[in-house]
Design a protein around this ligand. Structure first.
Ligand code: SAH
Length: 187
């Protein structure tokens, strides 16, 4: 597990997904060394790097070329990347060419969430897992309704993390933005 400050960042690309959230996602994904993982909306590469360390193969997609560049730099920084393919495209398009997915992480979808979930559902192996992170209330509702309509039984967890800043006069807790983690498993 890497620390948030270890990642190279650039101002136009969101991420990395914070350490505690990455830990929950990795745990919930039950990732195995033979798994094929898709990271749709790889951003800074926070989740891509975690999965690159643990999965058989990772395919990371982002519409923003700068996200692809910074993800590539972070993989190199951590000595990872041999098992990672980076694709600069919309997830709704790139996913059409990817089969046999064990874990699909959707960390960014723009207005394509329903489309992306339709394709993910087609390409996901039996027992495959879908993990969606959401900061907007609307995304939580849209994702939950879409997963239900596709026959999944989605679970939703909202995570509020505070980190201690140690000062001379005591410890100040600083909170991160709340984030929802939605998970669903294909039958
Ligand atoms: N999990 C990442 C942060 C994701 S930020 C990390 O740990 O670093 C969300 C990303 O999703 C952004 O970089 C954005 O460009 C991308 N994105 C938004 N809509 C997308 C889509 N339809 N297809 C692919 N990427 C998308």
């Amino acid at each position: 597990m890497f620390e948030d400050n270890d990642f190279i960042k650039t101002c136009d690309v969101p991420g990395p997904t914070k350490e505690a959230i990455r830990a929950i996602i990795v745990y919930k994904s039950e990732v195995k060394s033979t798994d094929v993982v898709v990271d749709c909306g790889c951003g800074t590469g926070g989740l891509t790097c975690e999965f690159a360390q643990r999965a058989g193969k990772v395919i990371s997609i982002d519409t923003n070329p700068e996200a692809i560049e910074v993800t590539s730099k972070n993989l190199k920084k951590f000595g990872l990347g041999d098992n990672v393919t980076l694709i600069n495209d919309d997830g709704a398009n790139a996913l059409k060419d990817i089969d046999n997915i064990d874990i699909a992480v959707v960390g960014g979808s723009g207005r394509q969430l329903e489309n992306i979930l339709d394709i993910v559902d087609e390409k996901l192996n039996p027992k495959g897992r879908i993990i969606i992170t959401a900061i907007l209330v609307d995304t939580k509702v849209e994702a939950t309704n879409k997963l239900k309509s596709l026959g999944y039984n989605p679970k939703l967890m909202e995570v509020n993390v505070s980190n201690g800043r140690i000062l001379d006069r005591g410890i100040l807790m600083i909170s991160e933005n709340p984030i929802a983690i939605m998970t669903a498993q294909k039958r």
